[in-house]
Design a protein around this ligand. Structure first.
Ligand code: ADP
Ligand SMILES: Cc1ncc(COP(=O)(O)OP(=O)(O)O)c(N)n1
Length: 259
């Protein structure tokens, strides 16, 4: 049994955050664990409130997990404050965590800030160096690179810029592009494109969380990063294609389409 730890915020409506992570991990027939960094009051229409965990309590959760059931991979999602990021980085280094996938969650697609402005540098310089792969969406890649992204060429430029400070795998997700959903992987001086036509489904709440957890599952299974992205995209495509239609806004995915 592979064991996966998700460090992320809770989405009470079940589409994104820790709930999407645990559903994804379970659908991969793996054992999911969670360190909850924040409670959010949100649904398919927006985010109405955020209540952060204290850094001390996040540290307690990390100690409880790592001292008992050592994870084969770790996915990190929403971590909103500087002090929380610092404590998570310290604990992951202390426990020599491996196969770390960092989704640098900054703003929900519904427009709410999920990362404090004064925490961006801490995320860049304390948490990113521990990650094997980071998975920014286009607005997040713009923030990390300082480049405005309008097309695929801009995505390549942004990846190059981000790589100046981060030697690991950089996956810039293209879900926010107008006419395609092509994702770009940059590593070791090489670009690889994961091309995908846009699925005509507006129910995409939690796609980023789902993709990063699915990547963590394949890494835990021993696949390379490039193979793990390929597997994760297939899983995500199945969940999107199901066209689940729940809620009054941008609805969630069917994480259980494959079981
Ligand atoms: N309509 C869509 N059709 C196909 N793939 C999509 C669609 N929307 C998002 N994706 C995929 O979902 C993943 C998450 O993408 P994105 O929406 O950019 O991230 P986030 O959810 O973090 O904002 C990416 O692999 C992207 O290509
Ligand atoms: C608690 C929580 N974490 C992360 C997100 C962002 O989720 P993401 O998968 O990027 O999807 P959308 O924002 O596009 O729905 C979130 N909303 N809540």
């Amino acid at each position: 049994m592979r064991k996966i730890l998700a460090i992320a915020g809770s989405d009470c409506s079940g589409g994104a955050g820790i709930q999407a992570d645990l559903k994804t991990i379970t659908s991969h027939k793996m054992y999911g664990m969670s360190v909850i960094t924040a409670l959010t009051a949100q649904n398919t229409t927006g985010v109405f409130g955020v209540m952060e965990s204290t850094p001390d309590f996040a540290a307690k959760q990390l100690d409880a997990v790592f001292s008992d059931i050592y994870p084969d991979a770790v996915k990190i999602g929403m971590v909103s404050s500087k002090t929380l990021i610092e404590v998570i980085a310290e604990k992951l280094a202390e426990y020599k965590a491996k196969n770390i996938v960092l989704d640098p969650v900054m703003i929900s697609t519904s427009g709410s800030k999920l990362l404090n402005d004064d925490a961006i540098e801490t995320l860049k310089y304390k948490l990113m160096p521990l990650a094997d792969i980071i998975t920014p969406n286009i607005p997040e890649a713009e923030c990390l690179s300082g480049i405005k992204i309008k097309n695929k060429q801009d995505m390549e430029e942004a990846a190059l810029k981000i790589s100046k400070n981060f030697p690991g795998h950089i996956l810039i997700k293209g879900g926010h592009l107008e006419d395609s959903s092509d994702d770009l992987l940059f590593h070791d001086g090489m670009f690889s494109w994961y091309n995908h036509e846009k699925i005509k489904n507006t129910n995409t709440h939690g796609t980023g969380c789902t993709l990063s957890s699915a990547i963590a599952c394949s890494l835990a299974d021993g696949f390379t990063v490039a193979e793990s992205i390929f597997n994760a995209k297939n899983y995500l495509t199945g969940a999107l294609n199901y066209n689940l239609n729940l809620g009054k806004g941008r609805g969630p995915l069917n994480h259980c389409w494959n079981i």
